[in-house]
Design a protein around this ligand. Structure first.
Ligand SMILES: [Fe+2]
Length: 113
């Protein structure tokens, strides 16, 4: 499920840039959905409905994780930022690797160079 604004700025970007803009918009939609489901959960008394909405909310969290992973595969800078967790204590940080062969591009995403 996605609730993001469609195509904001996507038409001026390169194909890879357009893909990233769409994925980021999808990610925003998933995050908004989590907040919306949580607000409804917090205001519903019926246990059965609450439980179902909690299940749906958790599905949205899975979608956030999937989109985050996909964005990090497409966007090398974003991947590096994810790998360098500045919220962790310095001793717990993991640095980004040097291997750029794993970077996903629009071309290799669809089987082309
Ligand atoms: Fe979703």
């Amino acid at each position: 499920m996605s609730y993001g604004k469609p195509e904001s700025g996507a038409m001026q970007a390169s194909p890879l840039g357009q893909l990233l803009i769409m994925l980021r918009e999808d990610l925003m939609g998933e995050l908004q959905a989590i907040n919306q489901y949580q607000a409804h959960i917090d205001n519903i008394e019926e246990a059965e409905i609450k439980e179902l909405l909690e299940h749906i909310r958790d599905d949205e969290k899975e979608h956030v994780a999937e989109l985050t992973h996909l964005i990090s595969r497409v966007d090398a800078i974003q991947r590096e930022k994810f790998l360098n967790d500045h919220t962790a204590a310095p001793a717990e940080r993991v640095s980004a690797g040097k291997d750029e062969s794993q970077v996903l591009t629009v071309g290799n995403l669809f089987g082309k160079k």
